[in-house]
Design a binder for this molecule. Structure first.
Ligand code: CTP
Length: 408
């Protein structure tokens, strides 16, 4: 998985530095070409010789220790890296990165590199929780630095809490998934070029009166991940979204709506010349029969709200579709396959993405999902627990292949 990848492993000075030896060894075993840069403090905990023996490469710690006259070491390493991974990352190194300091080999290389950067912090629980450290981490995240959050447990300082370096096995998995996702996104580039895609996302809002409404737990994360992936694959993307926890991707056309009826109308605007429609929204099945014009007043011990069916957008689209490839979602709590198949037929969809929202790692507010994809013939693919971005890419790869006449 990591063959041909050059990873610069930055080791900074915390007690968890000893775990970096195991991490280095595992990355090498997976085929990576690992170049270690240590800070002076890291050398208090572990020797250069350890990393040199494990990586079979020279280890760097001094910016001015230039061993090869034909290159400038920190620039050369910065340019060669496919990934710079800092594990463990101390509060000091995180602060230096956040503020652009370059006073040692590692921080200088970090400023010089254009490679993706991933950091695995490790420190005392109170240091980790300190607003300065948290603010520095958020700043780095906003610049695209990937975080491998520390685990919780007994720390070397005697405290119990968050701050323990994530286990080397887990860090290796994160690194592998990063390269796999990048690979897939390179392969997927252009798969939807020239295609017009509509994605619905979030939950609809059905008004009872000006201050009250019926909605659901949909966060919009899955739909927005699909919109982003479709855009990355070259499509023209239109997102129609309701109530969400997060914002839609900034580089796609996005229209915010309230009710199922509004969503239906907004989808119809682009429907006729669309090629692919993904209905990831959680559309309310019923709405109040009457929306009160002013705030309803309390009266009596009980109140009855009369609800009527909303338009089933997917079903309506299924009736009028011509060339469009239609994908529906089915969030279920039981009998997933049976309900998914039923929805596929009833709504004339080409694929149904089903998930058991009660499963851990799946469902509404989570960043991950566990889905099964069905077509009229049955199960197409059972995906393992994946991030919603990964699910989106895989789903669109399946759809693109089918739209081009291939089965995959
Ligand atoms: N859907 C829709 N319009 C509705 C209800 C659902 O377009 N009024 C779409 C959803 O966006 C989703 C699919 O239909 O893609 C399945 O939604 P779901 O709520 O699971 O299906 P229902 O037919 O409403 O079945 P039930 O709620 O009884 O499970």
């Amino acid at each position: 998985m990591l063959t041909g990848k050059t990873i610069v492993l930055g080791v900074t000075g915390g007690i968890a530095a000893f775990k970096a030896a195991s991490l280095c060894s595992k990355l090498v075993q997976k085929g990576a070409d690992v170049h270690v840069i240590m800070t002076e403090s890291a050398k208090q905990f572990i020797t250069e010789l350890t990393f040199q023996s494990l990586s079979k490469n020279p280890v760097y710690s001094d910016t001015f220790d230039e061993r090869d006259p034909s290159v400038v070491s920190h620039i050369h390493l910065a340019d060669e890296a496919d990934l710079v991974l800092i594990a463990p990352a101390t509060a000091n190194m995180i602060a230096k990165m956040a503020h652009g300091l370059a006073d040692d080999m590692l921080s200088t290389t970090l400023l010089a590199t254009e490679a993706p950067v991933m950091i695995a912090p490790a420190m005392n629980v109170h240091m980790y929780a300190h607003p300065a450290v948290q603010a520095n981490m958020r700043l780095l995240e906003s610049r695209g630095v990937m975080m491998i959050e520390p685990g919780e447990g007994l720390l070397a300082c005697g405290y119990v809490g968050k701050g323990r370096l994530e286990e080397p096995e887990t860090i290796v998995q994160v690194v592998e998934r990063f390269f796999a996702a990048r690979n897939e996104s390179v392969q997927g580039q252009g798969l939807l070029r020239g295609k017009k895609v509509i994605v619905t996302s979030g939950g609809t809002v059905e008004r009872i009166d000006p201050v009250r409404y019926i909605t659901n737990d949909s966060s919009g994360k899955m739909g927005f991940a699909i919109a982003k992936a479709a855009k990355d694959m070259g499509a023209e993307v239109h997102v129609v979204y309701g109530h969400t926890d997060v914002e839609p991707p900034s580089d796609v056309d996005a229209v915010k709506v309230q009710s199922a009826e509004d969503m239906y109308r907004a989808v119809l605007e682009h429907w006729e010349d669309s090629d692919l429609v993904i209905k990831a929204a959680a559309v309310a099945d019923y709405r109040p029969k009457v929306t009160a014009a002013s705030k309803m007043k309390k009266s009596g011990d009980t109140m009855t709200l009369e609800l009527v069916k909303t338009v089933d957008i997917l079903e309506e689209l299924g009736k009028t579709k011509t060339k469009q490839f239609l994908i529906g979602f089915a969030a279920e709590t039981n009998d997933v396959e049976k309900y998914a198949q039923d929805k596929l037929k009833r709504k004339n969809a080409d694929l149904i993405v089903a998930n058991d929202v009660t499963a851990e790692g799946a469902g509404f507010r989570s960043d991950t999902n566990i889905v099964q994809v069905y077509d009229a013939g049955g199960l197409v693919e059972q995906m393992p627990v994946m991030t919603k971005d990964e699910v989106a890419r895989r789903l669109l790869t399946i759809a693109a292949a089918r739209m081009n006449g291939a089965l995959s």
